[in-house]
Ligand binder design. Structure first.
Ligand code: ZN
Length: 488
């Protein structure tokens, strides 16, 4: 197995990746909270860990990739009434909460597919693991790191911090936190404002609720990841990922919960992708720059000059290293669109190159250089720059100013396919597919115009033949006063 170096957020160092079980990788990534349409904030971790997933598979590992669905217990309530967002939407629209979840989950999957993000191995729902979460709370209570208060259960951060280190991941210090953490709901059920809920007693109007030894209620948000990570990847596993915004409190709380319940830490390597901005500003609903992925794909948001294809978004994100910030603007996306177009053109030319007896230009070593970049903490921008460098050689050969041998050509074609399509996950033929689609639509129009002409000339045999054959192929043809309409 080739050497892979990754940056571990926990140790703040680049480390050589060594899996717990030889040849196998257990990887957990915090997935979406499904109460709204997928936006750029969803796309970045999905694409970052998709890149890692693909590269681990390329290196020959068997990977179990778990990405959860948060469909209950997210404590980021609406500020005005403190109601769970899914429950609120369900109430307002008179839906089952699970209808709201399924609706947004379908849309999320659709957007991920458009971005060519591979589905994870397991996609567990928080709401489907209530029993496991209750058991996990019991373990934390038994270990003495939680307390029951008014039907809710809270994690005792101060007590935990006496034995362990709360704040080790995010680097925050607990004294500071004690001063700055606000009360979540203004009630004084908690001993300390820094304590977080493991189980919350539900208010009477709360529709998403389950029985537990403490109350009818619901689990705290952080709990699902400790529980489902342990269930599907074991008490110790290799990689835990997510956006940097989740480091505190979410991942800090996960570490505390798992350490409290299991007696040791679960995760060997913590990985976090950096944040993104839009025109230099943080994305936020109140700032009017909250753009969903569908709005990018259709160009319907007022801030966008045009629609941007999913592959342009993916390429743009991969042009930055995952630990760097990215700023989205029309100009930057247009530049990415052009750059990606040039890469695709080189790829098309590469398919058409003819081999000569000898190579008069050196195209070798591309695979090794790209592997080195990927193995250095997934340096996708360097991979892309190597590909652009190689594109120059391809264009030179294509222009007849250099030659390439059959062996070199085969290796070059394979390397391009592996790094563009398989690892960066870029669809290199999408543009020609669009052209094909366009040509086929024109061809059907042409046939129907011939039929129109035939009808005018009372050539019923030709007119019927075209109509019947198209119908047999599955087209439906409708005559209108302006001519015709068709669809497949
Ligand atoms: Zn999580």
């Amino acid at each position: 197995m080739k050497k892979l170096i990754i940056y571990n957020t926990l140790t703040r160092k680049k480390e050589e990746f060594k899996p717990i079980h030889k040849g196998h990788v257990g990887m957990y990534v915090c997935g979406p909270t499904v109460y709204g349409d997928a936006h750029l904030g969803h796309a970045r971790p999905a694409i970052t860990f998709d890149l890692l997933f693909r590269y681990l598979l390329y290196l020959g590992y068997k990977v179990r990739y778990v990405r959860n669905i948060t469909d209950v217990g997210h404590l980021e309530h609406d500020a005005d009434d403190g109601e769970d967002k899914i429950a609120k939407k369900a109430r307002l629209e008179q839906l089952e909460p699970m209808e709201v979840v399924q609706y947004y989950l379908n849309r999320y999957h659709h957007a991920m597919e458009a971005l060519n993000v591979l589905p994870p191995s397991i996609e567990p729902h928080a709401s489907g693991h209530i029993i496991e979460q209750i058991d996990f709370v019991k373990r934390i209570l038994d270990a003495g790191y939680a307390y029951i208060s008014e039907g809710s259960v809270y994690f005792d951060v101060e007590k935990y911090n006496q034995q362990h280190h709360y704040g080790k991941l995010s680097g925050r210090n607990i004294e500071e936190l004690l001063e700055t953490t606000r009360e979540l709901d203004g009630k004084s059920e908690k001993h300390r404002s820094i304590d977080f809920a493991l189980w919350k007693k539900a208010q009477p109007e709360h529709i998403m609720r389950w029985h537990s030894p403490w109350s009818d209620g619901f689990p705290g948000w952080h709990l699902e990841c400790s529980t489902m990570g342990t269930k599907y990847l074991g008490e110790r596993f290799d990689i835990h990922g997510g956006g940097m915004d989740l480091m505190f409190p979410h991942h800090e709380c996960e570490i505390a919960q798992s350490t409290a319940a299991l007696g040791h830490e679960s995760v060997n390597y913590w990985m976090h992708n950096n944040m993104l901005t839009i025109n230099g500003q943080k994305m936020g609903k109140s700032l009017g720059n909250f753009i969903t992925l569908d709005e990018f794909f259709n160009g319907t948001h007022p801030l966008l000059k045009q629609a941007f294809a999913p592959m342009t978004i993916r390429f743009f994100m991969l042009q930055a290293h995952y630990r760097s910030t990215i700023d989205f603007s029309n100009e930057a996306l247009e530049a990415a669109e052009k750059g990606f177009e040039r890469l695709k053109e080189a790829y098309q030319r590469l398919q058409k190159l003819k081999a000569s007896e000898h190579s008069s230009i050196d195209t070798t070593g591309l695979r090794q250089r790209c592997e080195e970049a990927m193995s250095d903490d997934l340096n996708s921008p360097i991979v892309i720059s190597h590909l652009f460098e190689s594109a120059k050689a391809i264009n030179t050969i294509s222009d007849g100013k250099a030659t390439i041998s059959a062996n070199d050509l085969k290796e070059l074609q394979e390397t391009w396919k592996v790094f563009t399509e398989d690892l960066l996950g870029l669809k290199m033929k999408a543009e020609s597919d669009n052209k094909n689609l366009h040509a086929y639509q024109k061809a059907v129009d042409l046939l129907l115009n011939i039929r129109l002409e035939a009808k005018k000339n009372k050539d019923w045999a030709t007119s019927d033949k075209i109509r019947n054959e198209l119908t047999a192929l599955g087209f439906s043809v409708k005559d209108t006063k302006d001519g015709f309409e068709w669809n497949l």
